[in-house]
Design a protein. Sequence first.
Length: 448
Amino acid sequence: MYAALDESYAVLAPEAARLYRCLALLPARELDSRLAAVALGVPLGEAERLLDALVEANLVEDTGPDAYRFHDLVRLHAEARGRAEESPTAREETSRRVADWHLHTASAAQALLSPIQFTLGRTYVYEPDLPCPFTDESGALAWLETRRADLVATVRTADEKRWDELAWQLVDALWPLFHRLRHYDLWIEAHTIGRRAAHRTGDRRAERQMLNSGAIGLNAAGRTEDAIDWFTQSLRAAREAGDIRDEGQALLGIGAAHREAGRFPEAEGHLRRAISAWENAGYERGVALARIILGEMALEEAERERSGAGGPAERAAELFSQAHEALVALNDPYDAARALAFSGRVSALRDAYDTAVERLGQALRFFESAGSVHWQARVSEMLGACAREHSLPDTARDHWEHARRLYASQSPSNAQRVGDLLAGLGGASRPVDPAGPREERPTGPSES
């Protein structure tokens, strides 16, 4: 096999041979023309021509439109040639060019998918000048999902090479990947690296950003006490720096974590303090996010008490209404849709089933367009609960079957929980094989 590869390699033109070597040395398995152009520092058209030459020589597989891969054995051969023929300086430059490209492109995806999110600056050694491979939100999310393993591999490489600013900046840029697609193992690993890298640079604001964003992932993954620890460290650092925004974010996170653990009095105290801090600072979005979590606690109380009028249901309705109105005004459609969904759930408890279905349906359509599987499942589960409470078992079954299928791809525990709800309805339901080991809790805060 290696003798045949040596023969194919020997007849390559010099630039094609160099591309073959360089691509194998990168922490990337998904290859395309832009990656090739960046790696060699050549125009896009030239990179496309060189990739065609590698395909013709059967050294690279063409797997789709502008998509290429090495066979595992071929990659080992190409990597050996690269280590033998590329100087350490050349290897370092190629790796950094591609790392900067990943940072540049992930930041562009973040700008499309989370335009209202607070972000810190970006610095490049080789700032790319190629156009991004997407132009809209769906394309950006698809790129993040397809490249997620390569992107986190780049984070690891940056950590190993002590490219600390690049490491934490790339983790920051990957927020939409973690937040919408919920790969918790990657979320936590990346933020552990990002936190360490930010600490080494001495950039305390970046370190707080990593602590807060990473703690959200820990909380959503069910590691509540670890999340509280990270948020508490961020809170202490924010107060030392006099940063009210970050102080509120940490308080929000601690409150959300206590809420996940069922400690509602502790949760409410921290959430109220977050609201107070943010109201004094004029940060309306943070106030709205805290109100959503307070509303969720009131909603849970109303569901336990089966109370549809007055009391906790009224409190929940008011909190969700205030949050939704503020988030719409602030042009935050993602979190506004969360508030709208919860508002719909409260409407069902208040015997306004048609209003509930309308609001939940609107939220579901938004999350489908946004590619958020987790929230599609959450809303479908709420629709099922509303239907069951209004004596519509067939409608409830349809919604819960849909929720269970969606949960199965991300959270076996939630899929099982909804399966138990289906069993309580009676009748047959199809088994779902969980497609992944990740566990997630059914609730969790958004970023502020």
